[in-house]
Design a protein around this ligand. Structure first.
Ligand code: UDP
Length: 240
């Protein structure tokens, strides 16, 4: 891995909802996928090691709305399967731009993905392969944010990168509030004190316990992932 980068090994969390693009209610927008793949490629070309955790909201929220009375744990397993669909879509998009990838699943699906094996994931990264972690943590009652924090810690990532549709953490919701201000950096305790949303509490607490920084940035702006890796002032860094 390159040494002149601020972040050499990163865990990139992509929400499923971002895959919707601008005019879908569910499913995957191919254009968004292609854009993401190109961004990741630029990052790998810089010498960064990239592991990705992807959400499932774009597929699963639709199912959830249709079946409100479903048992929570059962629905959560369906949500984890949704992340595998996204993971496979992302894997294909990454390979189409010429990257080498491996998909590892927290729930065994031997025909389509490797099982999650920590040391193996690290080895893939060292060889320049992009590793996608699917099926969340493998446990109901958790989220893919928590999976991102957990896997990020396990692979000894330098930072958790939360790629979103907004430019970072703001004083108020920037999609609803015109005079919302972006923080360049903010302490994790301040995030909690102000009731700001960065990740769910389980994920956030995991990061806090290991002083893992979280960098929230806009994944929709071309070149941003690269800028983040180089340490340029993009997004909001949450530190401890
Ligand atoms: N999920 C789960 N355990 C995990 C990760 C995910 O049960 O470790 C389920 C949960 O139902 C969640 C869904 O999978 O709602 C999709 O993940 P998430 O909502 O985190 O995706 P995102 O909002 O990032 O698209």
């Amino acid at each position: 891995a390159s040494t002149d980068l601020t972040y050499c090994r990163v865990l990139l969390k992509l929400s499923g909802e971002a895959l919707l693009g601008t005019d879908r209610e569910f499913g995957i927008d191919e254009q968004v996928l292609r854009t993401y793949a190109k961004e990741v490629k630029k990052a790998v070309e810089l010498g960064a090691e990239i592991a990705i955790v992807i959400g499932g909201g774009n597929i699963f929220r639709g199912v959830q709305n249709a079946m409100k009375g479903m048992t929570r744990a059962h629905a959560d397993y369906m949500g984890m399967l949704a992340t595998m669909i996204n993971g496979m879509a992302l894997q294909d998009a990454l390979e189409q731009v010429g990257l080498q990838t491996r998909l590892q699943s927290s729930i065994k699906m031997e025909e389509i993905a490797e099982p999650f094996i920590r040391r193996r994931a690290i080895r893939h990264l060292e060889k320049g392969r992009v590793v996608i972690f699917g099926a969340g943590t493998g446990n109901p009652y958790f989220t893919t944010d928590t999976a991102a924090a957990l896997r990020g810690l396990e692979i000894d990532a330098d930072v958790i990168l939360k790629g979103t549709r907004v430019d970072g953490v703001f004083t108020a919701d920037p999609e609803k509030n015109d005079d919302a201000q972006r923080f360049r950096a903010i302490h994790g305790k301040e995030v909690i004190r102000r009731g700001l949303k960065v990740m769910d509490m389980t994920a956030f607490t995991l990061c806090q316990e290991s002083s893992m920084s979280i960098l929230v940035f806009n994944m929709g702006i071309s070149g941003n992932l690269r800028r983040v890796l180089k340490g340029e002032s993009v997004g909001t860094r949450v530190h401890w």
